[in-house]
Design a protein around this ligand. Structure first.
Ligand code: AP5
Ligand code: MG
Length: 193
């Protein structure tokens, strides 16, 4: 298996690039944001609880997302690899992920971090807010999301740096250019195996 974390701040293009990577490599996409929005649409107790945090731009409690990831890993035993999008977002989540993968004799192969300036993030998310219908795509909540990222999520990169699994990738430019940068990093590692 080849397990990849696509890392980056809100609006850095994780979802956009995930779609393209899945089409190319057939990874199983695991976006905690999408999973949570699905719970909200279905009005499940988990969704209703998560919505309180998401509408404010705050992170949902660790145990909620870790539980979701754990069951999704169990439900997908025969995949070529997982593409984690928007997870892990805290040090606790990163440690929990390592433990869950270890139970399956698996590990993270690489963490690719999309590098995008704050100005560009705000521009992209405000633009998307005009049509997305996402309750967190408005100016005030966007600001909180970026603050949460800087405070709680950005340090997660250090966790992967320590094990030499982290790589920065250019996150500005055309979608195709960025995609090529990601492919280069993935292929150099897949082919080494
Ligand atoms: P989540 O759904 O993960 O949202 P996010 O991280 O805030 O990021 P986005 O999905 O908004 O952006 P993206 O990086 O996917 O970029 P995209 O491709 O869409 O999380 C939402 C909330 O759920 C969190 O705030 C939290 O409350 C909760 N949550 C989720 N996971 C959690 C976890 N693990 N722990 C705790 N809480 C959790 O692109 C953005 C826009 O830019 C799009 O309009 C796109 O078309 C455009 N764009 C993309 N690439 C380019 C480009 N190269 N040039 C110009 N525009 C571009
Ligand atoms: Mg996304």
């Amino acid at each position: 298996m080849f397990n990849l974390i696509l890392f980056g701040p809100p609006g850095s293009g994780k979802g956009t690039q995930s779609e393209k990577l899945i089409a190319k490599y057939n990874f199983k996409h695991l976006s905690t944001g999408d999973l949570l929005r699905n719970e909200i649409t279905r009005k499940t107790p988990l969704g209703l609880e998560a919505k309180k945090f998401m509408d404010k731009g705050q992170l949902v409690p660790d145990e909620v997302v870790i539980g979701m990831i754990s069951s999704t890993l169990d439900n997908n035993p025969n995949v070529v690899g997982f593409l984690f999008d928007g997870f892990p977002r805290t040090a606790t989540q990163a440690e929990a992920l390592d433990k869950l993968l270890e139970l399956k004799q698996q590990s993270i192969n690489v963490m690719l971090a999309l590098d995008v300036s704050e100005e560009e993030l705000v521009k992209r998310l405000q633009k998307r807010g005009e049509t997305s219908g996402r309750s967190d795509d408005n100016q005030q909540v966007i600001r909180t999301r970026i603050l949460e990222y800087n405070k709680k999520t950005s340090p997660v990169a250090d966790y992967y740096r320590k094990s030499k699994k982290a790589e920065m990738v250019k996150g500005e430019g055309t979608i195709e250019e960025i995609f090529k940068g990601l492919i280069k990093e993935i292929d150099s590692r897949i082919h080494k195996k």
